[in-house]
Design a protein around this ligand. Sequence first.
Ligand code: HEC
Length: 84
Amino acid sequence: MKAALVCLFCAFYLLPLFAESGENLFREKCSQCHALPDKEALNDKQWKAVLKTMQKRMQEAKKPMLTENELQKIYCFLINGNCS
Ligand code: HEC
């Protein structure tokens, strides 16, 4: 019983370490079709629009689309947001 509880705690603390960061997702997902774009090249609004366009392109290319969560993380990374 005690061990199970301890494990619940470790799962809680360790899970975020395995979750992909926005930066990792960006590097993996956004380099599939072209070179990685420069993070500083666009502003917040432009990134939002680009991400939508890329989502469509992934759909058209029959690549797995990003989940809402992944999109949010990548966006957050691109705009230098405080994403945890
Ligand atoms: C399914 C393939 C594909 C994926 C995956 C993809 N892109 Fe693109 N992207 C394109 C194509 C096609 C273009 C336009 C032609 C070019 O520049 O090579 C483009 C162009 C761009 C441009 C230049 C502006 C524009 O709209 O032409 C930016 C910025 C960009 N992508 C960002 C991203 C980001 C950020 C991601 C990850 C979320 C991403 N791309 C993932 C296909 C893709």
